[in-house]
Design a protein around this ligand. Structure first.
Ligand code: S3P
Length: 420
């Protein structure tokens, strides 16, 4: 029986850095995710005038925040690499800064839709320009005096919600963001824990302009979406029995665990403590017979990042597993619907694309072979999990993209398999 921890939560790490930048004084972020995406946010904040000292050996970042006044026009383009969260969320921050900021990224990020953030920020008074009327990076944002807005998002998105709430902190009046279904709520929890006036009801979040977070020390909980790759492995590798400790178990992130439970997985999880308003706990999972299910579309926003790992589990479940209402998968780091189905078929699994999801039929043997990461960390990690039960070696082309979120994956996997 193994017990492991996973790297710090990527979503919470981005937010912790930005909120620390807005607080006046020194904050300490302990055990952050130090993958490429979060490093992109830290570098961007440096370019905007905030000192972020990364001490990788201590797994810690210290941020010297100075509120909105400290943030200033950078003297160069900000390159956010592969990180969609950095780009969307920082657009919200930059909307509150006097001056012009240019944000760009790698070829994948330059293809991802940004108008969903740019349009409401324009409504607040920011100017955003870019290709396709401001939908595609490189984007230039000119911020300054903003007014609060009341926005109804067409698609639930924690990144867009966060961008608007950050912009709302610098705006006059209140900013209210309503979503069709609730996306992950880290921003609202953290803002509240840091003394900001935030109101939350069933479908919306409201912040009042002019309030800023206090400084803080925080231990970042383990990333549920990284944990999912190990959970998926333990659910399908014969004889597995695994406990993951210090994982963030925020209910807006645990829907995938519920799906596994409905598929018959021997799984349990619970909260043992909390950190800056975020529940932290452990997950226990053992291999057991699984059955296919229809994943309820209304759960999709709470498990969107976990569908690649769930698709691998589905290949070992009896019958059909259907994911629908997940068109957003097509505009993640890769088109994850095409990437998953192409790779599953490549390994001999019966899988089919839907316009807004996929169907996987099991249980089937996974053959060895070569698959493509499509430059997407979650695709690479999923097929490493598939490799654990494959008849022969699975080679993942473009593996280095795992550095985005989980550079230490193979070490952690080694720990798990050594303790079996
Ligand atoms: C994230 C929100 C999710 C998720 C992404 C990280 C965040 O996207 O897929 O990996 O940190 O806010 P949405 O903005 O589509 O909810």
């Amino acid at each position: 029986m193994g017990e492991v921890s996973v790297p710090g939560d990527k979503s919470i790490s981005h937010r912790a850095l930005i909120l620390a930048a807005l607080a006046e004084g020194r904050s300490r972020i302990i055990r952050p995710n130090l993958g490429d995406d979060v490093r992109s946010t830290a570098r961007a904040l440096e370019q905007l005038g905030v000192r972020c000292e990364i001490a990788s050996h201590k797994a810690q970042v210290e941020v010297e925040g100075g509120g909105w006044e400290r943030l200033s026009e950078p003297d160069d383009v900000i390159d956010l690499g592969n990180s969609g969260t950095s780009m969307r969320v920082l657009l919200g921050l930059c909307a509150g800064i006097e001056g012009s900021v240019v944000l760009t990224g790698d070829s994948s990020l330059r293809r991802r839709p940004m108008l969903r953030v740019a349009a409401p920020l324009r409504q607040m008074g920011a100017r955003v320009d870019g290709r396709r009327h401001g939908d595609l990076a490189p984007l230039t944002i000119r911020g300054g005096a903003l007014s609060g807005v009341d926005v109804r998002l067409q698609v639930a998105s924690a990144q867009v919600k966060t961008a608007l709430l950050l912009a709302g902190l610098s705006a006059g009046g209140s900013t209210r963001v309503e979503e069709p279904t609730r996306s992950r709520d880290h921003t609202e929890r953290m803002l509240r824990a840091l003394g900001v006036d935030v109101r939350v009801d069933d479908s919306s979040v409201t912040v009042r302009g002019g309030s800023s977070p206090r400084t803080f020390d925080v231990v970042i909980p383990g990333d549920m979406s990284s944990a999912m790759f190990l959970v998926a492995a333990a659910a399908i590798v014969p004889g597995s029995d695994l406990t993951l400790v210090d994982v963030g178990v925020n209910p807006t992130r645990t829907a995938a665990l519920g799906v596994l439970e409905s598929m018959g997985a021997a799984i349990s999880w619970g909260e043992t403590s909390s950190s800056l308003g975020e529940p932290v706990g452990s997950i226990h999972v053992a291999q057991s017979p699984l059955r296919g299910i229809r994943v309820p579309p209304e759960l999709v926003p709470s498990l969107i990042d976990d569908i690649p790992a769930l698709a691998i589990v589905a290949s070992q479940a009896e019958g059909e597993t259907t994911f629908s209402g997940a068109a957003e998968l097509r505009v993640k780091e890769s088109d994850r619907i095409t990437a998953l189905v192409t790779n599953l078929k490549q390994l001999g699994v019966d899988a089919e694309e839907l316009p807004d999801g996929l169907v996987v039929r099991g249980p089937g043997e996974i053959a060895g072979g070569e698959v493509d990461s499509f430059g997407d960390h979650r695709i690479a990690l999923s097929f490493a999990v598939a490799g654990l039960i494959a008849g022969s070696r699975v080679r993942v082309k473009g593996w280095s993209c795992v550095d985005t979120s989980f550079p230490e994956f193979l070490d952690v996997l080694g720990e798990v398999t050594a303790s079996r």
